[in-house]
Design a protein around this ligand. Structure first.
Ligand code: A3P
Length: 310
């Protein structure tokens, strides 16, 4: 089944979720070919919920004693440090400018730990994730901010100019779940459930918690990943990671300001940084749009432990 999206794009249904044609193909490739090693860490998320931030944080936490890796965030976009399975790795052609990708994908050594990202829903990917002892970190974000972030992100695409994704239509489609990797709600719910069932396997964190208490979140992630912050310098180490991964710091690095187009992605690197704030939806959504989303959030997220203050 397919649904018109915007521009000339259609979204295709696969196991109850929605994909662009490209992502459907690459997701199927991932499902057929990707075998996680026990030492792998998979960063899972719905698009626009803080994936780039988490890429920077996870890389920094796990490489903090690696002297060869110093300044890696100064010279590399977080996408290059932690490639995404369906957007960077299992694509038709691995982009030349992403030299790490070849290495990531060809790692045969199960002892070598890799961090890889994905937007594939747990309902589809759970079997693969559970086929090894790999760990999963899942980040999510307030649905309204997620939608507004996605809407801005897509506004930069050529398709949008020709046939815009009107905000009203965007709200409707988001609520129906007809957005890439959607439904957002079903995506969050399955990873959330898994994190409650098996906290040693799936660590769940929200964008808002990270904004409010980043040090605490970094500390917990260190513990979860098996590289806890210990010793007398622990406070400084945590603070340093929070600082180098902050929106202010990352969005001002030359590499992240670049308007260069990565080969597999139709949008430039700098499109992964916009405002980096909580609550920006208030500047765009009308009252009835907010109410519409809040009603669904209330119904879907009832009883899962967080409600985003509604
Ligand atoms: P906004 O569009 O609301 O600014 P993703 O990485 O999943 O695509 O999510 C992108 C969103 O995360 C964008 O949100 C972007 O600005 C924000 N972001 C990127 N890096 C960040 C950081 N270091 N700290 C906080 N937010 C960040």
């Amino acid at each position: 089944q397919r649904e018109k999206w915007f521009g000339h794009e259609f979204l295709y249904e696969f196991h109850g979720f929605w994909f662009t044609k490209t992502y459907l193909e690459t997701t199927q490739k991932v499902l057929e070919n990707f075998k996680p090693h026990p030492k792998d860490v998979i960063l899972a998320s719905f698009p626009k919920t803080g994936t780039t931030w988490l890429k920077a944080l996870l890389h920094s936490i796990t490489h903090r004693y690696d002297t060869k890796d110093e300044n890696s965030l100064t010279f590399n976009h977080p996408q290059e440090l932690i490639p995404s399975l369906e957007t960077n790795l299992y694509v038709q052609e691995i982009p030349q400018n992403n030299t790490n990708s070849q290495e990531f994908i060809s790692t045969k050594n199960p002892q070598k730990s890799r961090i890889l990202a994905t937007h594939i829903p747990y309902q589809i990917f759970g079997g693969v994730l559970n086929s090894s002892d790999c760990k999963v970190v899942y980040v999510t974000r307030n649905p309204k901010d997620t939608l507004i972030s996605l809407w801005h992100f897509l506004r930069k695409s050529k398709n949008f100019e020709q046939d815009p994704w009107e905000l009203g239509a965007a709200v409707d489609q988001f609520c129906k779940g007809i957005v890439p990797f959607g439904s957002y709600y079903d995506h969050v719910l399955a990873y959330r459930e898994e994190s409650l069932k098996r906290p040693q396997k799936v660590h769940f964190v929200t964008y808002e918690e990270l904004k409010e208490n980043p040090k605490n979140c970094v500390e917990k992630m260190g513990e979860f990943l098996g590289c806890p912050f210990e010793g007398e310098n622990r406070e400084e180490e945590i603070e340093e990671i929070v600082k180098i991964c902050s929106f202010e710091k990352l969005s001002n690095q030359e590499v992240n300001k670049s308007s260069e187009l990565p080969k597999v992605f139709p949008l430039p690197y700098n499109s992964f940084y916009r405002k980096g704030q909580v609550g920006d939806h208030m500047n765009y959504l009308e009252d009835e749009m907010i109410e519409k989303i809040d009603n669904i959030t209330r119904e879907k997220f009832h009883g899962i432990g967080f409600m985003y203050g509604i």
